[in-house]
Design a protein around this ligand. Structure first.
Ligand code: HEC
Ligand code: HEC
Ligand code: HEC
Ligand code: HEC
Ligand code: HEC
Ligand code: HEC
Ligand code: HEC
Length: 388
């Protein structure tokens, strides 16, 4: 009884495999039945639709300019395009040469040196004589400020960061040296802390994740550093896209455009760095950063404008991610009036047509004069208005 049953089973299996094999062969040969033009089109559409972020290979961002000249032309003027570089390449590095800064809390003066070969460094002569500490990376576009970071090995040989205690803020009349945000009241318990705050490996990786497009921390270097928030940081590693689009272009085929991502999805993409409420545990390690970084996304999402117009209000309602942020308050009024017009939404009893930002998204100031605009759009109280 057993014998034939087994044979039968084997046969069925073989037949099944043959059938599957045949099916595979048919599926595999399907593209051959299409015209080359159809194949490319399908391929291009599949690439556009399916390449998830973080998947595939990068090309240089400048290749995007070939087909997206508008975005590529305005992008270099954004803060995203200038938020990180080796300190030696920072445009104002040479201006720091010879400058001194007395630490207001610890009493010791810092002295800065710039050497075109060796880059930027700092000494604390009162404590360590001539021994200098290198300042390797400069974070921040300088629109608000620039902070220096150096990679060193810790006792276990792991790479950690040292965020220099002094940063450069853009003041009314030129750059100002001052204690970096979050450094006030810190005690130095080991020698290196006289130069800055030690940042553990995980936190260090986050600095680069938000300020660089890619790069790998290895020993005391960033291998393959592509600084700044580049095209492929917000979109996807673009090699597959570029190849498919070039192919489509060469064949003169139209590629279907896709609608922009819905606002909530897009806010999530921005708030990967402009942190939203509840998502800022990781920034506990960066107290000075919390105020400036976490505010916009979490505040906007608490506004009635956001809550009561489901899936309509996103970051790109007011900001073109490819162009520098406009500092002209009038540039935003039309965005408000797109919704706040008679018959569709509430109209302002105080100023129905102008100047919305001054009263409803006023400037907020934190320690170190860090300023941002209140993104929790709300009814302004009289006392708040008197402070304007
Ligand atoms: C050879 C031409 C070509 C190159 C190079 C190219 N693109 Fe595109 N891209 C297209 C075409 C065509 C479309 C589809 C039509 C459209 O949306 O403009 C497109 C669409 C897009 C879209 C919107 C569509 C979507 O699915 O969200 C983004 C974003 C984009 N490209 C980013 C990039 C980036 C980033 C680079 C550089 C890494 C790049 N492209 C390089 C041709 C190109
Ligand atoms: C990978 C991290 C990251 C992502 C994603 C990101 N940002 Fe930024 N953004 C930054 C950093 C870092 C800065 C600070 C630039 C600087 O040094 O001044 C910044 C600055 C800005 C500014 C200040 C204006 C300027 O140009 O300096 C605006 C506005 C802004 N981002 C909007 C957005 C929007 C809208 C999105 C989503 C479409 C977004 N960001 C996504 C990291 C990011
Ligand atoms: C979660 C993402 C994130 C992490 C992690 C992060 N940053 Fe930022 N950083 C930002 C964003 C977003 C801005 C822009 C804030 C704005 O304009 O509102 C910014 C701005 C800055 C600026 C410009 C000054 C300012 O306050 O706007 C400096 C300097 C800076 N970051 C340094 C660092 C350093 C050093 C680390 C690591 C200790 C770090 N950042 C970690 C997202 C991040
Ligand atoms: C800070 C994040 C961010 C960066 C950096 C960025 N983009 Fe975009 N891009 C977006 C978002 C968000 C959209 C969707 C816009 C919308 O909602 O209308 C978009 C849309 C696009 C589109 C579709 C057409 C359009 O403008 O809506 C193209 C093409 C594109 N980006 C290319 C680029 C290129 C090229 C670069 C680099 C020069 C770049 N992007 C850098 C966030 C970014
Ligand atoms: C996508 C549409 C949309 C946009 C854009 C928008 N709002 Fe609103 N806003 C609303 C809705 C919906 C409400 C809820 C009340 C109503 O139905 O009018 C609201 C409520 C308000 C309120 C009352 C808030 C409260 O807490 O009582 C103010 C003030 C306000 N908006 C101002 C503005 C300003 C200023 C701008 C531009 C910077 C703006 N809005 C942009 C849709 C929008
Ligand atoms: C209703 C309009 C509106 C929306 C929506 C909006 N912003 Fe803004 N944002 C502004 C205005 C106005 C400014 C002030 C520009 C200036 O004068 O420098 C600003 C400034 C900023 C800045 C620079 C620092 C500051 O606060 O002054 C960042 C960063 C920023 N926005 C991020 C975002 C992000 C991220 C989102 C989405 C969560 C977003 N914004 C949504 C209107 C808007
Ligand atoms: C001089 C300051 C000021 C300016 C400028 C201003 N507002 Fe207001 N707005 C107020 C005050 C104050 C209130 C609350 C009035 C009240 O509660 O009676 C208000 C209320 C509102 C409301 C809620 C109305 C309601 O019935 O719930 C909306 C919406 C609004 N403003 C939108 C705007 C828009 C859009 C602009 C620009 C076109 C603007 N505001 C300009 C001060 C201002």
């Amino acid at each position: 009884m057993n014998q034939p049953r087994q044979t039968f089973g084997q046969r069925t299996r073989i037949a099944l495999w043959l059938a599957i094999g045949g099916l595979c062969a048919i599926i595999a040969s399907l593209p051959l039945l299409q015209s080359p033009a159809e194949q490319t089109k399908r391929h291009a559409a599949a690439v556009l639709a399916n390449v998830p972020p973080g998947f595939g290979l990068y090309v240089e961002d400048r290749m995007c300019a070939e087909c997206h000249p508008d975005q590529a032309a305005s992008y270099p003027r954004t803060g995203h395009a200038h938020t990180l570089r080796p300190a030696a390449e920072w445009q104002s590095a040479a201006d720091l040469d010879g400058k001194a800064f007395p630490d207001p809390e610890r009493g010791i003066p810092y002295q800065y040196r710039f050497d075109p070969q060796k880059g930027l460094s700092v000494t604390a002569p009162d404590r360590f004589g001539n021994e200098s500490f290198p300042l390797r990376y400069a974070f921040g576009s300088g629109r608000r400020g620039v902070t220096f970071l150096t990679l060193i090995p810790d006792r276990l040989g792991q790479t950690v960061g040292v965020e220099h205690r002094v940063s450069v803020r853009s003041g009314q009349s030129g750059p100002v040296l001052e204690l970096a945000p979050g450094h006030q009241g810190r005690k130095a318990t080991q020698n290196v802390e006289h130069f800055g705050r030690v940042i553990d490996a995980a936190t260090l990786a986050r600095c680069f994740d938000c300020h660089a497009t890619r790069g790998e921390i290895r020993e005391q270097e960033i291998r393959g550093l592509e600084p700044n928030v580049g095209c492929q940081k917000c979109h996807w590693p673009g090699r597959g896209h570029v190849l498919a689009m070039r192919e489509a272009k060469a064949r003169g085929e139209a590629v279907p455009t896709r609608p922009p991502p819905p606002p909530l999805e897009q806010i999530r993409a921005c708030s990967r760095c402009h942190v939203q409420a509840g998502g800022d545990d990781e920034l506990e390690a960066m107290p000075g950063h919390i105020r400036s970084v976490r505010v916009q996304a979490s505040e906007l999402q608490q506004s009635r404008c956001f809550i009561q117009s489901p899936n309509r209000l996103g970051c790109t309602t007011c900001h073109d991610p490819h162009a520098p942020v406009s500092s002209d308050p009038a540039a935003y009024v039309q965005r408000c009036l797109d919704c706040h017009k008679p018959a569709s939404s509430a109209v302002c009893p105080v100023s129905p047509k102008t100047d919305c930002i001054r009263c409803h998204m006023p400037i907020q100031t934190a320690e170190n004069e860090i300023q941002w605009h209140d993104h929790r759009i709300r009814r302004a109280s009289k006392s708040e208005l008197q402070n304007q």
